[in-house]
Ligand binder design. Structure first.
Ligand SMILES: [Zn+2]
Length: 296
């Protein structure tokens, strides 16, 4: 070798590994053919699997080299595989969010589509839908909701519709009750984890406020949980069978402290009407619930 050749930039040597990797990706397959331009074409999509590139050395001598490239159907295949990977990742995230939501299995199907509008729940439906669809704004304003009214008027279902709407969109939600929380608290690391998550999830839904034990210790914990949301500036949705007038005139000091905090954070929504559960025998949601209970 002359000294001139030794100092020359050797593109082939530098590009070698890149070209080899590309060659692996686009091997010659049955049906592939060589076109008039001397390049290899894909038999399926009839676009080039090779391209010509100019490689110049330091002295300006350029040479042509044929290198592999990816044909259109292969490109589409890679894009599709990537789309599926992203989708699977997203699905796994949703599954994880749902797993961690603590929601009762019977409420997992609750969606606004299954929300039967009647004359007496028009405002309820409007409010809950608005809340779910403008959750970013609600979160920003730490705006919660208090669903109150007689048992069986659809409060839990409405709260679950909001919860599911948000979980479906990747928002962290926890839906539980003080009965369940108080049953878990005080039992080691599970309780710590639960309390930690209660103060961190974007939306906390507490079903059936007022059904919990009303001992001093229990109510102290209830207050602390609600207050932790208040201090974290995160919203809470509560459902209760209590009447508004009773909550406003509560003479138990601990409960009145709890209600004051709730009224500060939550917009009250009254649920009226006939017992919804009885009236909704034909409703898809309760049909499903009944089916699940029967097959348990
Ligand atoms: Zn192709």
């Amino acid at each position: 070798m002359t000294s001139g050749v030794a100092t020359m930039f050797d593109p082939q040597e530098l590009l070698g590994p890149v070209i080899q990797a590309a060659e692996k990706q686009s091997r010659r397959e049955d049906g592939d053919y060589v076109g008039d331009d001397g390049l290899l074409y894909c038999g399926r999509c009839r676009t080039a699997k090779q391209t010509k590139i100019q490689l110049a050395d330091w002295e300006g001598n350029s040479g042509e080299r044929i290198v592999p490239c990816i044909c259109e159907c292969q490109q589409a295949k890679f894009a599709e595989a990537e789309r599926r990977r992203v989708e699977a990742e997203e699905m796994e995230r949703m599954r994880s969010l749902r797993r961690h939501s603590l929601m009762d299995a019977r409420l997992e199907a609750a969606r606004f589509d299954a929300f039967t509008q009647r004359a007496d729940n028009e405002k309820v439906l409007k409010t809950t839908r608005f809340y779910a669809e403008h959750f970013d704004l609600m979160l920003e304003r730490n705006q919660g909701l208090l669903f109150w009214g007689a048992p069986g008027t659809g409060k839990t279902f409405a709260a679950a519709c909001i919860a599911n709407h948000l979980i479906d969109r990747g928002v962290s939600v926890l839906m539980t009750s003080f009965v369940k929380i108080l049953g878990t608290i005080g039992y080691g690391s599970d309780a710590e984890q639960l309390i930690e998550r209660i103060s961190r999830v974007k939306l906390l839904v507490i079903d059936d406020l007022g059904a919990e034990r009303s001992t001093d210790t229990a109510l102290e914990k209830v207050y602390n949980i609600i207050d932790s949301r208040y201090r974290a500036k995160l919203p809470i949705i509560l459902t209760t069978n209590n009447q508004m007038a009773d909550m406003k005139l509560e003479d138990n000091i601990q409960y009145s402290r709890i209600y004051d905090r709730i009224f500060e954070m939550c917009y009250p929504v009254e649920f009226k009407g006939r017992s919804w559960r009885k009236a909704a025998a034909r409703n898809q949601f309760y049909e499903l619930e009944k089916l699940m209970e029967e097959t348990e």
